[in-house]
Write a protein that binds this ligand. Sequence first.
Ligand code: G6P
Length: 374
Amino acid sequence: EQINKGKYEHYMQKEIHEQPESLTTTMRGRLIRGGSCKAKTVLLGGLKDHLKTIRRSRRILFIGCGTSYNAALAARSILEELSGIPVTMEIASDLVDRQGPIYREDTAVFVSQSGETADTLLALEYALENGALCVGITNTVGSAIARHTHCGVHINAGCEIGVASTKAYTSQIVVMAMLALAIGGDTLSNQARREAIIDGLFDLPSKVKEVLKLDEEMKDLAKLLIAEQSLLVFGRGYNYATALEGALKVKEVALMHSEGILAGEMKHGPLALVDENLPIVVIATRDACFSKQQSVIQQLHARKGRLIVMCTEGDAASVSVGGSCRVIEVPQVADCLQPVINVVPLQLLAYHLTVLRGYNVDQPRNLAKSVTTQ
Ligand code: G6P
């Protein structure tokens, strides 16, 4: 594996910038477009003997920690839409603490970059004891989670060194979107939707290359935010996970308090924090939640919120309430893949904030890449 930093100063920086390549590797050989029947389809070799069982599950559980949990959350909705199976989210330690019910009719999907996280492994043991079909999604061939699950998919993002996960996150989302396509039936009614997602997957590396051009803009934003104590990130729908993951990056490496907030919950507490000083990122890219996010922006603006709005290219005028907000414009992709694009400016922001604040980017204090003890 290429484990030197090449032209980059830090591994996190390198790993953010190599996402067009890591995503390409994740999808290699798994997406089929064209051919004699012109079908567009997904092939996940590691699951082929288990797809029928997964399709018959009463429930799918996504289980992970940290960034891996957020990646699963980003993919939850497309999996529910395409499979029609309810998907529940579990933070691994919480599932074990509660000894939550798991049944033989469940499919439990364990998401882990390292494949060695102790909490996730304990949850896996628990799910195995309860008879669920266990699927592993890891970046590490031969890891404990890869070995102990019944079947799985490697994300093939390449070795990730920076403690804060970046390229593994986007590859995990892509694997779970492919999982949704593989599990979801190929019916006539959802054919157009499936094809749009597959086309979107093919286009994703070039769109990520485009969004990476925001590097300097994110550095400028980091300069503005360098002395802040706190940053809120509002998202909803597909991009609630982006809000959580963006906030986690800022917290982990820039050592700044940051919280990802489900915009639908704004009125139930977070609104009390809003004033002219606290910076707030609002993710308002085009999808079914767009008009609701426009109304969130209006409400935050009415309370004099200091807003930074992430929107789809061309939407700056319609989201910036009379030019009063700072705007980050990103390219548009299929709605369920938009989290892959939207997280990139937030990764860049966290990276630059960290460097400007003089902290260790690749080894944040008190954190480990792989937490193998409880
Ligand atoms: C640690 C790392 C995080 C990571 C989490 C889960 O907390 O610092 O970056 O997201 O573990 O790790 P995993 O290897 O299971 O994805």
